[in-house]
Design a protein around this ligand. Structure first.
Ligand code: SF4
Length: 353
């Protein structure tokens, strides 16, 4: 059996209808691939439609202010993807006349475009014969060929790649790559794959060896780092203070309340007694103090323990690099999901400030 051909045949009958499947425009393919990384289709689709409405061309994206791009992306997470896209769009417009490079190796040189995205653009738009290996493809190939090596380490990655090239064979690379993705999403799913409906079950070594639940093998990653954020949420006559994150860290470019990071959990009383905080609040009359802690905010490699200390003050304290924002203007700023969660949590209180 030609596995690649069989999967393409299956795809021609059962493919998912997705807006970026009807285009060869590398800009639109790029946007869809970046948005859909680490994101379910149902969650990512509205973001894709909003993004290409606000920034229909690479020139529109390149000329937009970064704040507008981040606001469009708000809630999707992994904000470095949006910042990299914005920067890469500017480079393509400036250095390539707005025309996308058309080969895998040229695409790989662009910021934020890794092997998977480069292969997807090169094969979908320019028919380059190269497999696009994402999480779905890793799983499918690991199972078909019953790969025992961890797929997140060099030798295992090479084996998946070699088998993917072999399976692609002389088939059309664009259709093959899309078929692999849909097959992984619809049939060879992470849990309870539909082996009874699988058109290649006779060829599947994991099915034969009864190792499906063991594939793919992944080597354990380091445990997530714990971080402790204490936010100072001040409020005076319906206004609060925000600051933009500047450092090369999570959420760069997004806005949040003034925040201090500690090595361990902080007690509100202790925080307010810190000399640097007392100095900031000097001259402010504080009429109310309250404290909230949100559940752990989990990112891919970090767990954020957050604490929000809310003060009603007269006047607002002077904190450098902050801007005064009315409560009803907060929606105009790109905020991390953690801050949005806090605002939802505090909706009643905030509608009163
Ligand atoms: S038989 Fe099952 S595990 Fe094997 S490729 Fe098909 S769906 Fe995946």
């Amino acid at each position: 059996m030609n596995i690649g051909k069989t999967l393409i045949h299956w795809y021609e009958q059962y493919q998912r209808e997705l807006p970026w499947r009807t285009t060869k425009n590398p800009y639109l393919i790029w946007v869809s691939e970046i948005i859909m990384q680490q994101t379910r289709i149902q969650q990512g689709l509205p973001y894709y439609l909003k993004f290409v409405t606000d920034f229909p061309t690479i020139e529109a994206l390149a000329s937009a202010p970064q704040d507008k791009v981040l606001l469009n992306w708000q809630g999707l997470g992994y904000y470095s993807r949006a910042r990299n896209m914005h920067e890469t769009a500017q480079i393509i417009v400036k250095n390539h006349n707005g025309i996308f490079p058309s080969s895998y190796h040229e695409l790989l040189k662009l910021k934020g475009i890794g092997p998977y995205t480069a292969a997807a653009i090169a094969s979908f738009c320019f028919n380059e014969r190269i497999p696009a290996i994402d999480g779905n493809v890793n799983r499918v190939i690991s199972r078909i060929y019953d790969i025992e090596l961890p797929i997140n380490k060099g030798p295992g990655q090479k084996m998946v790649r070699d088998f993917s090239i072999q399976t692609l064979g002389k088939n059309d690379p664009c259709t093959f790559n899309q078929a692999m993705m849909d097959f992984g999403a619809l049939i060879c799913t992470p849990t309870n794959p539909l082996c009874k409906n699988c058109p290649i079950s006779l060829e599947c070594k994991s099915l034969k060896n009864n190792t499906i639940t063991l594939r793919p093998v992944k080597e354990k990653q380091a445990p997530p780092k714990a971080r402790y954020f204490t936010y100072l949420v001040v409020n005076h006559k319906g206004s609060t203070l925000l600051m933009q994150r500047q450092h090369n860290d999570i959420w760069k470019g997004l806005y949040e309340f003034p925040m201090w990071e500690f090595d361990s959990p902080m007690v509100a009383e202790e925080f307010l007694q810190l000399p640097k905080i007392m100095k900031l609040l000097k001259g402010c009359r504080i009429s109310s103090i309250s404290e909230n802690r949100l559940p752990i905010h989990k990112l891919s490699h970090q767990n954020i323990y957050s604490q929000f200390i809310q003060l009603t003050t007269e006047p607002l304290p002077k904190i450098s690099n902050t801007l005064e924002v009315k409560a009803d203007e907060l929606k105009n700023y790109a905020l991390p999901k953690l801050i949005i969660n806090f605002l939802h949590h505090q909706k009643k209180e905030f509608s009163r400030i």
